[in-house]
Unconditional design. Sequence first.
Length: 136
Amino acid sequence: MARHVLIADNDREVAALLAEVLQRFGIPVRHAFDGQQAMEALADPEVVALVCDLDMPRVTGAELLQWLATRPHTPSTVVISGFLDPVLVRHLRALPFVRQLLHKPFDLFGFAETVRRLWLEPAVERRDGVSGAGEQ
């Protein structure tokens, strides 16, 4: 598969909706329905952006992001969650690959535009970790 976005969310309806919106923008999408599946899918170098829910089984989104922090190359990441407390927000913003934090529910078209920008970024810019977390 060509460059694509990985959506890691155990809620299949939410994942399907997010995928539909991104696909309307011409962005290829793959799914992982728990954190363990996401870890396996992230071995693919064609994953250029990750949309990660925090509440997932087997490996939580927070655990997945901690694992990504130990990896030499990480996709730019948009974190989505129904609950973002201030301590968690500080922790997530400290991860250089986390580019945006979105509290559910959020604007789908704004979400799609953010992910589209990440998907279009050149590989060097996307993986160098220079850009910090985005807005909540």
